[in-house]
Design a protein around this ligand. Structure first.
Ligand code: NAD
Length: 493
């Protein structure tokens, strides 16, 4: 067995030989307090990743799939203990590269908050579940013995979002490889450099640790076409989709087994029994984290009339900045662009930008370090209805708890994703959870407390399978359950 020290040495030595890609966006969006990238600014992937690939990165999707298929056969020779050692290497890479990957994600996508990204990477390294989630079951009785075990599917096709490219990719690697699968990634084109770079760093580390090449692969230039090749390839029996409604719909129309982690629009209900100061602090903490690009993050708030004004004051005391009606409307015009069909589409340029940036756009002066804007509005406002992924929170007055539940349900749009409530009434919390019917309900806390032990309880995942119902995914979801029935034998008492 290799111990932790040895794994660390291997990881450090291979990682020294990999260089980072240069940033994809202009320096002006990188805050001054972010330290410079520790590596030289040249992209390591060779001009042609070719048929053999370059540390898991391929030019063609067909070659990436073929390589992962070969690797799946080789991987069968490795024991579950070996898989756990491999996962240890991935955890180490992610932990040691949390700052570097975070900076690169920030530079390439322009979204979110650098320091929050470091926390996301470290949380993922520590708290993604491994092979311990694959405990087999057995039964014995007068008719014999029965054993159920978790078996791999084979090559999994995974789509990752632009909002958390490296944490989702490495979280997926851990939970899929734990079950003995291999995986081919098709990243968001807007995060392709960091995805390929992060995959290469992991690849070098696991190969140096004695594992086969191409246990995880990706294409250098992911597109809708490469995604479609992955979706329809006969050697890919299972798809794992993390993204918005378009990609979930596209994957589900393939008639393959799909584990789909779709969009969310999490409502928060605050009733008159709630601790308003704590509710305001929690809501700011959740909604401001990584500039609100998390699918589980608080996106709109419904507050019972009798405590509405007090709640708004509590939000200001806790550091959020209130926009007046005119500025809120101005911001909506910038955040949602009219289309030719008379509707609106989200302005992707503003997704994940900071609260101070949004305030600048509407020429509102806010104190330095402001993390969240908020404003009073009605339930039909576009910021309430759409998943905006910006640190601006619409707050709606409701008559009473029942109206709050009704509006929360409508705002969630049937995504079945996440909902939050602040109340001291246990019956109301239960009723809210029952009606919302979401994969995650958080009461009296902030959204990240619903996904993993750094903030809350249980394990965490970056793929929260809402439309297909697996919820916060674990290695079990990426395994087939196989049964061996031994009739009339092996029972010895
Ligand atoms: P996106 O939908 O724009 O892209 C997600 C991925 O799908 C990307 O890799 C993209 O290239 C691909 N894609 C998009 N349309 C496609 C199509 N028609 N065919 C094939 N591939 C396609 O989303 P994003 O902006 O990258 O990520 C944010 C979205 O993802 C939000 O809606 C968020 O709620 C959701 N999300 C959900 C979870 C979850 O666990 N449920 C986690 C993270 C993000």
């Amino acid at each position: 067995m290799i111990d932790e020290q040895q794994i660390r040495k291997i990881v450090e030595s291979v990682v020294e030989s990999v260089t980072a890609p240069s940033g994809g966006i202009t320096e002006s969006v990188v805050p001054a307090d972010i330290p410079p990238a520790p590596t030289t600014p040249t992209f390591a992937i060779t001009p042609s990743a070719g048929i053999r690939g370059d540390n898991g990165v391929f030019d063609r999707m067909e070659d990436a799939i073929a390589a992962a298929k070969r690797a799946f056969i080789d991987f069968k020779k490795f024991s579950i203990r070996d898989r756990e050692r491999l996962i240890g290497i991935l955890r180490m890479v992610l932990k040691d590269h949390a700052e570097e990957f975070s900076r690169m994600v920030y530079e390439e996508t322009g979204m979110g908050d650098y320091k929050d990204k470091i926390l996301k990477h470290k949380n993922c390294a520590k708290n993604t579940p491994g092979t311990d989630y694959l405990v087999s079951r057995s039964w014995s009785g007068e008719k014999g013995v029965c054993l159920e075990e978790f078996a791999p599917y084979g090559v999994i096709g995974a789509i990752t979002p632009s909002t958390h490219p490296t944490p989702t990719m490495i979280n997926n690697m851990i939970i899929m490889l734990a079950g003995g699968n291999t995986v081919v990634f098709n990243a968001h084109p807007g995060a392709k450099k960091i995805t390929a770079y992060g995959l290469q760093v992991c690849h070098r580390a696991v190969v140096a640790g004695g594992f086969p090449e191409n246990l995880f692969t990706c294409v250098k230039n992911p597109t809708i076409e490469t995604a479609n090749t992955l979706f329809n390839h006969p050697d890919v029996p299972l798809l794992s989709i993390t993204g918005g409604p378009g990609v979930v719909k596209a994957a589900m129309s393939t008639h393959k087994k799909v584990i789909a982690a779709g969009p969310g629009n999490p409502p928060v209900l605050v009733d008159e029994t709630a601790d308003l100061d704590k509710a305001a602090e929690d809501i700011i903490k959740g909604a401001a984290f990584d500039n609100n690009i998390l699918c589980i993050a608080e996106k709109e708030v419904f507050v019972v009339e009798s405590v509405f004004d007090k709640f708004m004051m509590a939000m200001e005391r806790a550091g959020a900045v209130k926009l007046d009606e005119i500025n809120f409307k101005l911001l909506a015009e910038k955040a949602f662009i009219s289309n030719e069909k008379g509707g609106h589409i989200l302005n992707r340029e503003l997704v994940g930008r900071s609260a101070t940036h949004l305030a600048d756009l509407v020429k509102v002066n806010v104190p330095e370090g402001t993390r969240l804007l908020f404003a009073e509005t009605d339930k039909d406002n576009i910021f309430v209805r759409e998943e905006q992924m910006m640190p601006i929170l619409p707050v709606v007055r409701v008559k009473d708890f029942n109206e709050g539940v009704k509006f929360s349900y409508e705002a969630e749009r049937g995504y079945g994703h996440t909902a939050l409530i602040h109340s001291r009434d246990m019956n109301r919390i239960t009723e809210f959870a029952r009606v919302m019917n979401t994969s995650i309900v958080v009461s009296n806390g902030y959204s990240t407390q619903g996904d993993g032990p750094d903030d809350g309880e249980a394990y965490m995942a970056f793929t929260i399978a809402t439309p297909t119902g697996e919820g916060i995914t674990s290695p079990r979801n990426f395994c087939r359950v196989r049964r061996l029935a031994v009739a009339g034998s092996l029972r010895f008492v």
